[in-house]
Structure formats: C-alpha cells, structure tokens
Design a protein around this ligand. Structure first.
Ligand SMILES: [Zn+2]
Length: 302
C-alpha cells in the first residue's frame, strides 16, 4: 500500500498550470520590459546608438557607366528615398523606394543603350542618402543633368499620372507645396533642416546662373512631357514647380519626375510592370538625348 500524498497530484497539476505561466510572465516582464519590483533603480546595461549620416559627410562616389570618354555628357539619376526612408506606401508591401530604384535602373539601361552619354546613379541598392548627398554626388561628378525619380501619392485614389517638377523658390500651388514638404522631410531626420539653407545663395551671379538653369530645367521638363506622350500617362496638370531641397544648390539642369501615383491602382500596376518601366525609360532617355544635343549646339548664354 502506498501512503497517500498530502495534496492530491491532480490539485498540484492544476495549481502548476496557473502558477508556472504567471512566473514566466513575471520573469519576462522584469527582464525584457524592465518592469516589476526594483525595476526603477535598474541601470541600463547598454545603450543602443544608431549611426545616421550627418548630412555633411562626403559619400563614396558611385561608378560612372557608359563610354570611357570624359567629354561625353554625364547624367546623374537619383532614385528617391531608400534605406530607412521608404517614401510613400502603396498596396500591401509596395513602397516608393522600390519603384524609384526599379525606374532608375530602367532609365540607366535605356541611356546606356543609346551609347552616347555617361550615367551614374546616386544609389543602385536599398540605402539611405540625405538629400544634399544626392545633389552632392551630381556636383562632385560634374554632372550635366540631374534627374530625381519619385512616385507620388494622394489621399484620393483617383489622382493619377506622371508629373515633372522643376525648382522654384515658391511652389506653383498648394499641392506642389505639400509634395515638396513631404519629399523634403527626409532631411530633417538628422535634426538638420536643409530647407533653411537657401539664404546663403544671394549673389547676383548665383541668381543669374540659377535663372539660366531654371530655363534649361524647364526645357528638360517640356521634352520629357513631349517624348513621354504615348508611353507615359501624365497628370492633367503635369508640369509644376516646387521648392525641392534635392534640386536646390544644383548649378546644373535638374528635374524631379514623379512617374505616377503609388496610391493609384493603375499607376502602381504600371510602375511594377517591367515592360511599362522600359517604355517609360526609353521615352525619358529620348527626351534627355534631345535635351543634351540642344545644349551642345546652344551653349549657356548664347
Ligand atoms: Zn518621393
């Protein structure tokens, strides 16, 4: 005969069923969340520091692709956003930074296929670049043209089509202002508001140069609209001006191209389609080729 246990095993099992998870929960809360008895007096064992670009460092220059002849015009293509800055969001996991990179790569290929111009990309993978690093790459490479590629987004799913923006000190309308603010926000991430740097450009010479560049940038925008007909569906009001930081401080023709709306189902479908991207890229590459040929035959000031 076996001496009976003072507490029936069944009761113990039921008690354990409640007590064990509770103990596990308490230990988890104490260790992981740092709450519980004595937690207030706890000194963190370590501090996580994230190294963010300070916005002034000189990033490594990307490779220059295409003909080895340095006298050939150099086009710098800037895929918007990247890394911890995803840009606008679309359906599911679709992010603007993926579309801008895919479009930039397609444009690079289309330009290289022409065989006349040299091409560099500000980024060719999923990395973060501050806005002044993007324009800085173009400046340091002595680029002849800078094109930043983005995908727009709007609260209304009906808004659709591509838009070409050139730099202005004031946006052409409230929509352009809002967009510029959204795109420019990527630079306040390091605590430095680069939008406030425009005060340094005050000399008459700089002003004259910027006026000339503004005219050239407008011509580039016109050519993109013209050559894009058929391949690209444009917004009803496709040519705009806005105060984009990424275009500021650039003394070369530059534009920001919103290839479509990531928030519009048809646009998002198009931009994720390789064949559409190729059509888009060849149209824009054609516009760039015409633009550069015109500039060559009509130098600045002529
Ligand atoms: Zn963007």
């Amino acid at each position: 005969m076996v001496k009976p246990w003072p507490i029936p095993a069944r009761t113990l099992a039921i008690a354990a069923l409640f007590v064990v998870p509770l103990l596990v929960l308490l230990v988890w809360a104490r260790v992981v969340l740092g709450i519980g008895p004595g937690a207030g007096a706890r000194v963190p064992a370590y501090v996580v520091r994230l190294a963010l670009p300070d916005g002034t460092r000189a990033v490594d220059l990307p490779p220059v692709l295409g003909p080895a002849d340095a006298s050939r015009p150099l086009v710098v293509i800037d895929a918007g956003h990247g890394g911890h800055d995803p840009g606008a969001s679309g359906e599911g996991s679709l992010r603007e930074k993926q579309l801008t990179l895919a479009l930039a790569l397609a444009l690079r290929d289309a330009l290289l296929a022409q065989g006349h111009v040299r091409v560099a990309l500000t980024r060719s993978d999923d990395r973060f670049l501050a806005l002044d690093e993007r324009s800085g790459i173009a400046r340091r490479l002595h680029a002849d043209l800078f094109l930043s590629i983005h995908a727009d987004s709007a609260p209304s799913a009906d808004a659709g089509g591509a838009t070409v923006y050139t730099l202005s000190d004031r946006g052409s309308d409230a929509v352009a202002d809002a967009l510029a603010q959204r795109e420019n926000r990527a630079d306040t991430i390091n605590g430095v508001n680069l939008a406030g740097q425009s005060g340094t450009v005050s000399s008459i010479l700089v002003d004259l140069s910027r006026r000339a560049m503004r005219g050239r940038s407008l011509r580039l925008a016109d050519l993109i609209l013209r050559e894009g007909q058929g391949a690209v569906r444009f917004h009803v009001d496709p040519r705009r001006e806005a105060a984009f930081v990424v275009l500021k401080s650039l003394d070369l023709p530059s534009a920001l191209l919103e290839a479509g709306y990531i928030s519009n189902a048809a646009d998002a479908r198009a931009m994720t389609d390789k064949a559409w991207r190729n059509g888009f890229a060849h149209a824009v590459a054609r516009a760039i080729a015409i633009f550069l040929a015109e500039q060559e035959s009509r130098p600045l000031g002529a």
